[in-house]
Design a protein around this ligand. Structure first.
Ligand code: SAH
Length: 250
């Protein structure tokens, strides 16, 4: 097994010689999928900056003991971007969430829009659990240090807007009306605080929602002449805005 593999654990990773117990999904991944053996090296992450290099020292029936041989705390490696994303059909939404976590945006704010096509099934608790699992899998995959926060679904744009941090610069992606390209808009901007990008549903934002976003100071931006699916637009916008801002701000 390669020592590159990362595992998630919520225990404090702060003491050399400490033996961390991996169980549940992480144990299955380590021992059933990767067939780790005693003596193998692994990486551990707590999703809040804590990291450790460890060695497998014991393998039980449903848990493994990992001894910490090096540990530390990393700086926040997420992009300083919050993504407001209209709730999409489940598969498209989960694909978008996973990829946004992999890119490493700081926060995703899912929201019901007037033209949302997908029905809400009202299984909130289960949904948050699935989304946390997605965020953890993307963190491991991308060897990240900080988990992307994923909010519960906001009931409308007003609720999503009121949840944003102060000093957030907002940009709404608009597929019509010839707004400036996102690149040009970003080039003219000062990096201050966090940036938020908003992407609408399959049917696009309703004009009332656009009015609300504009009233809250959001500027419109284009991603080019082609109309992208929401799950494509959100990745492009999150990536471009995040990296551009990251470069300017740090
Ligand atoms: N109303 C559209 C589809 C909307 S696409 C249609 O004619 O079928 C879904 C969302 O993706 C939009 O609300 C917008 O936020 C974003 N989007 C898609 N293509 C875009 C583009 N070229 N520029 C900016 N935003 C885009």
């Amino acid at each position: 097994m390669s020592a590159e593999h990362c595992f998630f654990c919520q225990e404090a990773l702060d003491a050399l010689g400490k033996v961390i117990r991996l169980d549940g999904q992480e144990f299955k991944h380590l021992c059933r999928v990767l067939r780790a053996k005693v003596g193998d090296a692994v990486r551990l992450r707590d999703g809040a900056g804590g990291w450790a290099e460890g060695i497998v020292v014991e393998i039980g029936r449903d848990w493994a003991g990992i001894e910490v041989v090096e540990c530390g705390r990393a700086a926040d490696d997420r992009l300083p971007v919050t993504v407001i994303l209209c709730r999409l059909k489940r598969d498209a939404l989960e694909l978008a969430l996973h990829k946004l976590c992999e890119i490493g945006v700081s926060r995703v704010v899912p929201v019901e829009c007037r033209r949302t096509v997908a029905r809400s099934r009202g299984r909130e608790a289960r949904q948050q659990e699935r989304w946390l699992a997605l965020a953890i899998s993307a963190l491991k995959q991308s060897r990240g240090f900080y988990l992307t926060e994923i909010d519960g679904v906001h009931r409308d744009i007003a609720s999503a807007l009121s949840s944003l941090e102060q000093r957030t610069t907002g940009i709404v992606m608009q597929e019509h009306g010839a707004p400036p390209h996102l690149f040009d808009l970003l080039a003219r901007m000062e990096a201050q605080g966090r940036i938020a990008v908003a992407v609408g549903p399959e049917g696009g934002f309703h004009h009332v929602e656009l009015d609300r976003l504009h009233a809250a100071g959001f500027l419109s931006a284009s991603l080019g002449s082609r109309v992208l699916r929401a799950e494509t637009a959100v990745l492009v916008a999150g990536y471009l805005a995040g990296h551009f801002y990251y470069g300017k701000g740090r």
